[in-house]
Design a binder for this molecule. Structure first.
Ligand code: FE
Ligand code: FE
Length: 196
């Protein structure tokens, strides 16, 4: 595998992201690395996907939309109304074209980091989870429990995260991407409905 210049990518992220989002990105990078150690995933891929997962987060809505339109990336009605949701799609595109990532699993982990999807790869699960539990996060309920669970049973941690995310969206009246619900149902079934 080609040597990845992490320092260069970190510098690029520091430039394109605001300070808060950059701190979050570093948190996701090392949390993903720790989860990779725990579950036997490529540590480098986890770091790379963690570093780049929000690379499109601080672009304007217009820019995110235009990246998708220009490159024939489908934009759903929900995404049109809530363009921040597009940072995953736009980000996975930039990861390929601008940051020259050619590992499909890394690209997918960036693409699916906000909603998850049924049948995620180990790396996708790691990035989805690291995004939620990195040390800079402090708003979500049950964080202590979910953080512990992430290192015990990753699928169970996923279900807890999705459950809290769906509850939060319901509470706040936030619009929900139907994929979040699909992912939740898939992993609930996979757990044999033993979720509390
Ligand atoms: Fe994100
Ligand atoms: Fe994030």
């Amino acid at each position: 595998m080609k040597e990845i210049n992490f320092r260069k990518i970190r510098k690029a992220m520091e430039k394109t992201l605001d300070a808060r989002r950059y701190e979050h990105t570093l948190g996701v990078e090392y949390t993903a690395a720790a989860l990779a150690m725990r579950y036997g995933e490529s540590i480098r891929n986890a770091q790379l996907a963690g570093l780049l997962h929000d690379c499109a987060k601080c672009l304007t809505d217009e820019k995110k939309l235009s990246i998708c339109e220009k490159h024939n990336i489908a934009v759903s009605e929900i995404e049109k109304r809530n363009p921040f949701l597009l940072h995953a799609k736009a980000g996975s595109y930039l990861a390929m074209k601008k940051y020259h990532v050619n590992d499909a699993d890394v690209i997918n982990a960036i693409l699916n980091h906000t909603t998850g999807r049924p049948g995620m790869s180990l790396l996708e699960k790691i990035i989805f989870t690291a995004d939620y539990i990195e040390p800079g996060r402090n708003q979500a309920p049950n964080l202590d429990k979910i953080r512990r669970m992430a290192f015990e049973d990753l699928d169970r941690a996923l279900v807890m995260i999705l459950e809290d995310t769906l509850a939060y969206l319901k509470d706040t009246g936030g619009e929900m991407d139907p994929m979040t619900e699909k992912t939740y149902e898939y992993y609930c079934n996979k757990m044999g409905n033993t979720v509390s």
